[in-house]
Design a protein around this ligand. Structure first.
Ligand SMILES: [Zn+2]
Length: 296
């Protein structure tokens, strides 16, 4: 069944003030696509107050990320999932480990010799965190009717480390989020040729909107109602690329970008997904989108 996505236009004051106030609110899951510049960091907050962090931005985002989590009531992280060991995904994880109790930690079985990866391993050792080297097929049951499943990388050899990124499916009742991390064309092709079900309501576009992925056949198969791109303002890579934006536009997929909107929060009640975001500069009313969703 085709689900639908409703835009919820908020002013900045409203953002961050949405808190559980009644029984209905208690049923909501929030997925925060945190503005960490040219990087990725996603916080999932569940109705039963579980907190899961997927990736932790680059190192300079550490203080902001710690503050963001604290201001959203996070004391304990039930899980951290690191999608792959590049600095723009793990750079601030040490600060997170030093500031929060972390119950479980998942990352792929990859080793690279970088300063960021060295810092991460040092922090994991110091904080005595047990690391589970999860792989495709593993599923994290978060609470009844909410789960995260690793669907990639599938077996095979890939040319780029990015294609060894975890691709995650987050499911809350009828709503599905596909979180691509930095996976690109080779991982997408493997998912399609192995007939993995990638259909989702919301997609977090791979690799900050780079043309290394988000191929047309893949986006068609996902068939999302909305897309999120986590990307830095005026980044030196030119992300998101015109090619990816054009594909999203061609498929009429409304696209929300952290470089234009700041932190974006998708609020799921299990059937619908509403979006709210940080950097509203205008004050038009609800259901009156003032921005070009494609950012063109
Ligand atoms: Zn990245």
């Amino acid at each position: 069944m085709k689900k639908w996505v409703m835009l919820f236009i908020s002013v900045f004051i409203l953002f961050g003030t949405i808190r559980p106030v009644n029984a209905e609110e208690e049923k909501l899951m929030r997925v925060h696509f945190i503005d960490v510049g040219q990087a990725d960091s996603i916080l999932i907050q569940t109705p039963k107050h579980k907190n899961i962090l997927i990736d932790g931005g680059d190192k300079p985002s550490g203080p902001k990320l710690v503050q963001y989590l604290k201001s959203h009531g996070v004391v304990t992280l039930d899980a951290i999932i690191v999608t792959h060991p590049h600095h723009d995904h793990i750079g601030s994880i040490p600060e997170i480990l030093y500031n929060f109790k972390v119950k479980s930690f998942y990352m792929p079985n990859l080793n690279i010799k970088t300063h960021a990866f060295g810092r991460l391993n040092k922090a994991l050792k110091e904080e005595e965190v047990m690391v589970f080297k999860a792989k495709a097929g593993d599923k994290i049951e978060v609470e009844p009717k909410i789960w995260v499943k690793i669907i990639a990388p599938l077996k095979g050899r890939y040319d780029m480390l990015n294609d060894y990124s975890y691709v995650l499916k987050l499911v809350h009742k009828e709503n599905t989020f596909l979180l691509m991390a930095d996976a690109g064309e080779q991982s997408e092709t493997a998912l399609l040729s192995n007939d993995v079900n990638v259909k989702a309501d919301i997609i977090k576009i791979g690799h900050h909107g780079a043309d290394t992925g988000s191929t047309l056949p893949f986006l068609k198969r996902v068939d999302p109602d909305a897309a999120i791109i986590s990307v830095g303002r005026h980044n030196r890579y030119g992300f998101p690329t015109r090619a990816v934006i054009n594909r999203l536009k061609y498929l009429k997929i409304p696209t929300y970008r952290t470089d234009l909107l700041g932190t974006i929060v998708a609020i799921s009640d299990g059937k619908r997904v509403l979006f709210t975001y940080e950097d509203d500069k205008n004050t038009l009313g609800v259901h009156a989108p003032y921005f070009d969703p494609f950012g063109l």
